[in-house]
Design a protein around this ligand. Structure first.
Ligand SMILES: Cc1ncc(COP(=O)(O)O)c(C=O)c1O
Length: 382
């Protein structure tokens, strides 16, 4: 079906931070499959782990215990400080599971709390529940009736959130850094105030780290940088490094509301996807990629700020780690196209924001090269 406005390019191969199209053109990849290819393309550890797993067992279903799934759950629990994990196949599924879990948690307590407050400009996925939680009208048009129980407030406005909390509120669902909505940072002080507010009212803080999680912002999870901990956390995108997997993590107390028959997924957490995710997490550690994300992220923001001096079309540079946005005074679409013609793949975050999402192992030289390609793109446009 015609669900995507695709670039007029057919990619056939990738290696590290480079991709090739079917005409033999090579591009520097600062899209990474929309924040998915955490280790770049064809990382030897991924190739080995996936080949090995394919030769052993791809899938067996959750009718059985799955050692790799158990290992992955333990690893994610240790990294996040949360209690247990459920695995699915995408970000939207992880958020759907989070919303179901919040409702079931209060149902189990005999409470009528069911509604979820999320932020305007947020993006939580395209399932009926998650597009309703999404704070952008454009994804909802034509899909009514939408499920009830969703409220939106502006990000970084704690008073608006306070006013929105009622006796029916079950959870607050936020991205610590809005990716699709324009690379908008939730301030640390705001997240801390949200945490306090949730504690005061006994409601759940659920963080959607589908785009920001797994090292993207320079810490394993973006919430660490705000010095808070959520009750519920969702992951997907970068977790599998290109193999579909989503995860829902929650404190033991909250997770206890999911028992056999309450939720499930045929594919979720199968041996192949869990091998991929374990490899991603191992390589982030063994190659000290969080340090690289911080250093390359700073280099990228500094370089973009230097370009801002030369090209007034760039109005603001913001982001965390390797999720970086450049706010333009004009439509960013033509710049994305022109950059691609120069050999640099970047994407949009809303109509006027360029978004940069390189692999977490991108090199200093590659970041410099991307900045040079963007400079020549902007020069040609000026
Ligand atoms: C923050 C966030 N949540 C959820 C989603 C939806 O993920 P998926 O496309 O895997 O369903 C996305 C996708 O862009 C996202 O950025």
């Amino acid at each position: 079906m015609n669900t995507y406005a695709r670039f007029p390019v057919t990619l056939v191969k990738g290696q590290g931070s480079r991709v090739w199209d079917n005409a033999g053109h090579v591009y520097l990849d600062f899209i990474s499959g929309i924040a998915v290819n955490t280790l770049g393309h064809a990382h030897p550890a991924m190739v080995a782990a996936l080949s090995d797993q394919a030769a052993t067992m791809l899938h067996c279903s959750n009718l059985f215990h799955i050692p790799k799934q158990q290992q992955l759950a333990e690893k994610l629990v240790a990294l996040s400080g949360l209690g247990s994990a459920f695995f699915c196949n995408s970000g939207a599924e992880a958020n759907e599971a989070a919303i179901k879990l919040a409702r079931k948690y209060f149902y189990d307590q005999g409470s009528s709390r069911r509604s979820v407050i999320s932020a305007t400009q947020s993006f939580h996925g395209r399932l009926l529940s998650t597009l309703t939680a999404t704070g952008q009208d454009k994804v909802k048009v034509g899909f009514d009736p939408l499920p009830p129980g969703f409220v939106h407030v502006p990000l970084n406005d704690i008073e608006a959130l306070q006013q929105a909390v009622t006796s029916q509120t079950a959870a607050v669902l936020l991205e610590p850094l809005q990716g699709e909505g324009g690379v908008n940072i939730a301030q640390a002080s705001y997240l801390q105030a949200v945490r306090r507010l949730c504690d005061e009212h006994g409601i759940l803080l659920m963080l959607d780290e589908v785009q920001t999680g797994v090292g993207r912002t320079g810490s394993m999870f973006a919430f660490e940088q705000a010095g808070i901990k959520p009750d519920v956390l969702t992951l997907a995108k970068g977790l599998g490094g290109g193999v579909p997997i989503g995860a829902l993590l929650a404190t033991e107390k909250v997770a206890a509301s999911f028992g056999p028959g309450t939720h499930g997924s045929t594919f979720g957490g199968n041996p192949l996807s869990c091998s991929a995710a374990l490899t991603v997490l191992d390589v982030i550690e063994s190659e000290s990629l969080l340090d690289n994300v911080k250093a390359r992220g700073e280099q990228l923001q500094q370089g973009l700020n230097a370009l801002k001096q030369r090209f007034p079309v760039i109005q603001d540079v913001r982001g965390q780690g390797l999720l970086v946005g450049a706010q333009l005074s004009v439509d960013a679409g033509p710049i994305v196209t022109a950059a691609r013609d120069e050999g640099l793949m970047i994407l949009l975050a809303g109509p006027q924001v360029l978004r940069f999402l390189p692999a977490l192992n991108v090199s200093e030289e590659e970041v410099n090269e991307a900045l040079a390609l963007l400079a020549s793109t902007l020069e040609a446009q000026a």
